[in-house]
Write a protein that binds this ligand. Sequence first.
Ligand SMILES: Nc1ncnc2c1ncn2[C@@H]1O[C@H](COP(=O)(O)OP(=O)(O)OP(=O)(O)O)[C@@H](O)[C@H]1O
Length: 626
Amino acid sequence: MTKQIHAFQAEVKQILHLVTHSLYSNKEIFLRELVSNASDACDKLRFEALDNAALFEDAPNLEVRVSFDEEAKTLTISDNGIGMSAEEAASHLGTIAKSGTREFMAKLEGDQKKDAQLIGQFGVGFYSGFIVADRITVETRRAGLPAEQGVRWTSEGTGEYEIETITKAGRGTDVILHLREGEEEFLKTWRVKSTIAKYSDHISLPILMKKETWDVENAKQVITDEWEPVNKASALWSRAKSDITPEQYEEFYKQISHDSEAPLIHTHNRVEGRSEYTQLLYIPAKAPFELWNRDKRGGVKLYVKRVFIMDDAEALMPVYLRFVKGVIDSADLPLNVSRELLQESRDVKAIREGSTKRVLGMLESLANSEDEAERAKYAAFWKDFGQVLKEGIGEDHQNQERLAKLFRFASTQADEGVSLADYVSRMKDGQEVIYYITADSLAAAKHSPQLEIFRKKGIEVLLLVDRVDEWMLSHLYEFDGKQLQSVAKGAVDLGKLQDEDEKKKAEATAEAFKPLLDKLKDALKDRAKDVRVTTRLVDSPACIVVEEGDVSGHLARLLKQAGQAAPVSLPTLEINAEHALVKRLDGSAHFDELAQVLFDQAVLAEGGHLEDPAAYVKRVNALLIG
Ligand SMILES: Nc1ncnc2c1ncn2[C@@H]1O[C@H](COP(=O)(O)OP(=O)(O)OP(=O)(O)O)[C@@H](O)[C@H]1O
């Protein structure tokens, strides 16, 4: 093949521009990215060679070599991993194939600072080389292809790259960085070595550099031809906890998660027993933007006896814990385990259960800590991840109770941070159930007329305003033996919280109002299932309730927004017999109009939408004038 010139895909140009311009302040990360690619390439070879040992050719020892040439001003990262064919080099280095990166491109705003933070979440990978290089040459040969089918890929990181065929004896890839003017610091052993130690110490392959010795005669350091390892080359998670510094834990997290911030908390354990494995799991401090994508695979990498098997092994973590990052290294699974096999394996099931418990344990340790700072960490976690954790209530029945204890809500007593246990501890004498209301926003919940009687009696009500709450409530019926009950469903029954006098009075009022109620029912027969007198209102004239078992107005709206038809059932209108407006109804010349307005206002107060808002305005205006 003669030299071929190709243009980069448009998105690559954008990434290249961003990488070279916004990441300069942290330029040394290019070495982390390239060493990590080299190590991934070796992992891939090892994995493919499980079925085809010939791929190892005559070099079974996988390693990464880093070297430089002071004269040519080049820094080279070489690996004897899987390598790339010509097509692979063009598609992997010239286009952006990963859907995550596409999503990332869509998020770019042109604000360099923000964009740089975002790019950190992805790992800029190969292109980070252009931070320090004005030209990159990649010489590579795919394992299994003959030496004559090597490939040289060259680019100056602007609009184009060139590809030509070369002969390359050893399989694998050399990434040769032609350093920019001013980047000569990367032509010094100590600089390169210390950067590798900082970022890549945990890489489980040996990373080799040429040894330097002191030349006494010439009184200077000279580079010898002997290669020596510069990393510990033992997988971080396989070391004893006491040998790992907090910085190393943090750096490892950043490496596997592409997060630029330190994690919130981690757990590292060797589990023995029926199934043997090591887990090193992290909870991020901030939610990544793809958190809401339930199809996004999890962030846990699977290893078997330190051999990398697969990324995103979703069978290892339930979907609701998809934000957890880390590594699980099993001692029992076969090396050739496939995704399908993972789903069925009993060992995997045990690992998944064990890891889920660990993650919940980490969260509990924060949530229940004596230390205020730790509890604040939990509050921050809940803000970002609470809605996802709530999905667990339906997904993970085994841990339902533990999950429910971790939940935090707003209530009529506090705008955030109320646990169900807090609620129960504050329940009034004689209160048997946990009251809640669902709404579209905290303001709508707080001002709901349904809460009036609860306020008056000082009974706490949970204000549930997350979209997942309705769904959560369809799985969470009770906590600590106390049922959860909506204050907007069914007739209000405060049970023992209401005294006999109040009950008698309510019955008498209902009796006295019977003729009025019949008239109202007739006027609203197309809109309300029933009309009744209520004790739940104090300041408002009327409110809408649905019957026990019917879909709440809030849920009906959510379903509609999601494009699903909500089962239609008419609500019940409840009126406050003490309210002046209700008193005016009786004998009013505008009875029908007033009845409609009363109903419309009750719908509005609940956060609902009127089907015919113009008609409502017209009616109110007519009443105002009349
Ligand atoms: N040393 C290498 N050997 C073989 N293939 C490589 C090597 N370096 C890069 N590649 C190929 O190029 C692709 C793109 O690399 P890049 O570093 O940009 O992204 P990535 O490694 O896939 O993602 P990330 O860096 O976000 O983990 C890789 O997925 C891999 O297929």
